[in-house]
Design a protein. Structure first.
Lengths: 353, 256
């Protein structure tokens, strides 16, 4: 093995440096794409606006009061919500896959969507009894129930040493519990209430509000610094528990910390828009194929890809169903399945990064 | 034998209700020490405990001070790598406690050197999931070397390697131990290989130290029968080291 000739110089460090530059370029490119998609999302809707209109309105330079009102109070919250929820689901899906050591995991693997659905159903049925408006009660109850589900899975995993199999078993148990509770409520509900519950369960950006945007952004702002701080440890966790432990990582503590942050991101996202499938599964897959498992790049790319996917789905749902906005959760599922198939087919052993 | 580097005193390890290592006392100096013994004799548990990954009773000291896991590198038994990382990135993770957002030049240089040492520089940019079991084992070994540890604990480091690489790796490890004044402890299954390269051999049986010393001093048919339940002949090769030639499992077998 002729390495002697290459020894000494920076010669062989440069392929690594080159790949760092390439990956930085990919992440920046995805960031630019996300910004562009946000602009397109603001332009599409029942009344089409031009790029110039949208930019003028955002900068406060437009005198078209109607268009400004449409953008500021209807479209901008939806666009920001799509981007933030997509980012949250991209990050949560990635970290769920990392801590469970399973590429098929998603933010909803551990029953969080069932819990959120139950919370919302409770709020829709009994919210009238509380002195809070419905648009507060449903997200708050969904968030609270998701947190309860997280605590239950956490407690089960904590008792049994926090291994991935235990987390998954706990998650499945919690999912069935909340599904049963929710079915029970649906069984009791009147037809009108039942329809409201079913409509909530469709993931839809129509529920977006400025309050929701603030909450989801706050959850992201709280979670991302911790995840970024753990990025090398999470990269090492990808080697498997035994190897991660041999590098001095307290695997159980890391896994629990990331699990809680993932639950927070998922709860905030699902509370305001309902269950939007496939983003949290597809975005990390696509990102991993592009930049590999170094979390310094995988984490931001997965986040940006999640945001981009949900914005694309939002644009598509507005274009396909002119006038009537199709719930975006339906679009992500329909588009997500073929994308996932392509990603899985293309994945050869050693095919990436 | 040099002054003791690692002192293990009355160490006992329990896994659940089973005692897997009991009352083990031994002092190890710099050099390559091999641990051999039958399946379930406590070899891997002992290494994992020394690495701080299993609770144990008793005391372990490095040069008289309480032993700290930061002083060592530990390589567990081979488990396949499925991560989307290049060999270079996997080796770099060996410096985990020093890695920051921007990786330092000295960390990159250390990773390059470790790959060079094991003759796998050409694998650096390959994804580990595409490597063979033996190549993955070499990459993981390089990951442990990248810290230049005082104490290197290796659980069957050559189990997936071909004959030439087994010899090359053990030769490199014994040279590293000698030049760096480091202690390399390797669990090995091949007694003849252990005898060829190790300066010290520990034979474990049922969680107890059955024999301890220079390989040529302790490897004899009676010991091998007592530890493994195998009838064997001991041959001498040109270099003077013993080679264990197994004949058959002994008639009585051995209690488990």
């Amino acid at each position: 093995m002729s390495s002697a000739a290459l020894r000494g110089g920076g010669g062989r460090r440069s392929p690594y440096r080159r790949s760092l530059r390439l990956r930085l370029l990919i992440v920046s490119g995805m960031g630019a794409a996300l910004a562009a998609l946000m602009l397109v999302d603001l332009m599409t809707g029942p009344s089409t606006l031009s790029v110039a209109d949208v930019i003028a309105i955002l900068l406060g330079l437009s005198d078209d009061a109607t268009a400004a009102a449409i953008v500021w109070s209807i479209r901008l919250p939806m666009t920001l919500m799509a981007a933030l929820v997509g980012v949250s689901l991209g990050v949560a899906g990635l970290q769920m896959q990392t801590i469970l050591g399973n590429p098929l995991a998603s933010p909803f693997t551990l029953g969080f969507s069932a819990a959120a659905g139950f919370g919302a159903a409770v709020a829709i049925m009994f919210g009238g009894l509380l002195p809070v408006p419905g648009w507060v009660a449903a997200p708050a109850a969904a968030f609270a129930m998701t947190s309860v589900a997280c605590l239950m899975v956490y407690a089960i995993a904590h008792l049994r040493g926090g291994r991935p199999e235990v987390l998954i078993l706990g998650g499945i148990a919690v999912m069935f519990l909340f599904q049963a509770l929710q079915s029970f409520l649906q069984f009791l509900a009147s037809p009108e209430v039942l329809q409201q519950i079913v409509f909530w369960l469709f993931g839809s950006l129509m529920k977006a509000s400025w309050a929701g945007v603030v909450v989801v952004a706050a959850a992201l702002a709280a979670a991302l610094p911790w995840l970024a701080r753990d990025s090398w440890r999470l990269t090492a966790l990808g080697l498997g528990d035994a190897h991660a432990r041999s590098l001095g990582i307290d695997v159980a503590v890391l896994r629990r910390r990331v699990f809680v942050l993932t639950a927070l991101l998922t709860a905030a996202a699902v509370a305001f828009v309902g269950t939007i499938g496939f983003i949290g599964l597809v975005a990390p897959h696509a990102a991993r194929g592009l930049v590999g498992e170094d979390q310094r790049f995988l984490l931001p790319l997965s986040a940006l890809a999640g945001g981009g996917l949900l914005l694309s789905a939002s644009i598509a749902s507005k274009v396909v169903a002119q006038g009537a906005v199709l719930p975006v959760g339906i679009v992500t599922a329909l588009v997500g399945v073929p994308i996932l198939c392509v990603l899985v087919m293309r994945r050869r052993p050693g095919g990436s990064p | 034998m040099t002054a003791p580097l690692l002192e293990i005193e009355r160490v006992a390890i329990r896994r659940g209700r089973t005692t897997v290592v009991s009352d083990l006392t031994v002092s190890l100096g710099a050099g390559l020490t091999a641990i051999c013994g039958p399946n379930g004799s406590g070899k891997s548990s002992l290494l994992a405990a020394l690495a701080g990954l299993l609770p144990y009773g008793g005391a372990v000291r490095l040069e008289g001070r309480p032993f700290h896991p930061a002083d060592l590198a530990y390589m567990p038994q081979a488990a396949a790598l499925a991560a989307d990382l290049t060999a270079f990135e996997v080796v770099l993770l060996g410096r985990l406690d020093r890695l920051r957002w921007r990786v330092g030049e000295d960390d990159l240089a250390a990773a390059v050197a470790a790959l060079d040492d094991l003759g796998i520089a050409d694998l650096a940019e390959r994804p580990v999931r595409a490597l063979s079991g033996g190549q993955q084992q070499l990459v993981l070994l390089a990951q442990k070397l990248v810290k230049r540890p005082r104490v290197l604990l290796l659980d069957e480091p050559t189990s997936a390697l071909d004959l030439q690489r087994q010899l090359a790796v053990l030769e490199w490890l014994s040279a590293y131990a000698a030049s760096a004044g480091a202690l390399v402890v390797a669990v090995l299954h091949d007694l003849s290989l252990a005898a060829r390269y190790a300066t010290r051999l520990l034979l474990l049986r049922d969680g107890r130290l059955h024999a301890d010393g220079a390989p040529e001093a302790i490897l004899d048919p009676a010991t091998i029968d007592a530890v493994y339940g195998v009838e064997a002949e001991i041959l001498r090769i040109r270099t003077g080291q013993p080679v264990v030639a197994p004949l058959r499992a002994s008639a009585a077998g051995r209690p488990t």
